[in-house]
Design a protein around this ligand. Structure first.
Ligand code: SF4
Ligand code: SF4
Length: 228
């Protein structure tokens, strides 16, 4: 998904993905089915972003089908020429499109977590892939983007979330309440899952503002001395 959306972000007018024939994967991964599933979600995200989903195409063929490959690619190129340059054909400026796509690209880890179960689905019938994702579902996905916040009252500075955060968005040190940098956070939810249940310090917020970070000078944890 990242490769596809970043290519459009960088100005590609069309993207063609070729995979081995369905059911003929040499490995046990069946990656071509996963790619098809991901393309279906990508197309709905493109619609949401105001990009013509026909700019993305996936086809399956074997290495012995050279003539078919040439025809399919050539047809796709003609189709993209007819659609026109990205942005211009959609009636939005290049900057506007990059702005929209940039925000969506930042949310890819969230999208993958939120749609984890569905992305793992592998319907038997090829026609069913088209029905996997709906416009409303994608709108809801973007309407409910969560924010993560560390409750200063609960954080015990164990450092688990900081070590596990893939974006380096959490700052903190021994004995200091940890804080999430909302600009760096890619909303993957790892900290939410990683914070030990006995602390439950990471909050998932949807549709409400994130409280400001606790001031630097108030981050030292005051631990209670054991009685006696
Ligand atoms: S959700 Fe948590 S772990 Fe993921 S990027 Fe944001 S702060 Fe880091
Ligand atoms: S994992 Fe939880 S308790 Fe540990 S530093 Fe992060 S927020 Fe604080």
């Amino acid at each position: 998904m990242g490769f596809v959306l970043k290519a459009f972000y960088n100005g590609a007018d069309g993207i063609f993905i070729a995979g081995c024939r369905l059911g003929e994967c040499n490995y046990t991964t069946q990656g071509n089915y996963h790619a098809l599933n991901m393309v279906c979600l990508c197309k709905k995200i493109m619609e949401y972003a105001g990009i013509n989903p026909d700019r993305l195409k996936i086809e399956f063929m074997s290495s012995a089908e050279g003539i078919r490959f040439a025809r399919v690619v050539s047809d796709f190129i003609n189709q993209i020429r007819e659609i026109g340059p990205i942005g211009e054909a959609e009636g939005v400026s290049r900057d506007e499109m990059r702005d929209k796509l940039g925000k969506i690209i930042k949310l890819i880890p969230y999208i993958k977590v939120a749609k984890r179960d569905k992305l793992a689905m592998k319907p038997e019938d090829i026609e069913d892939y088209e029905k996997l994702y709906t416009k409303e579902e994608v709108e809801e996905l973007f309407a409910n983007v969560p924010s993560y916040y560390i409750d200063p009252e609960r954080c015990q500075a164990c450092g688990t979330c900081r070590r596990r955060c893939p974006a380096g968005a959490i700052s903190g040190e021994k004995n200091k309440i940890h804080v999430i940098d909302q600009d760096k956070c890619i909303k993957c939810g790892t900290c939410y899952e990683a914070c030990p249940p006995k602390f439950k310090a990471v909050k998932k917020l949807v549709g409400e503002p994130v409280p400001p970070p606790i001031p630097e000078e108030q981050r030292t944890i005051q631990r209670k001395k054991a009685a006696g």
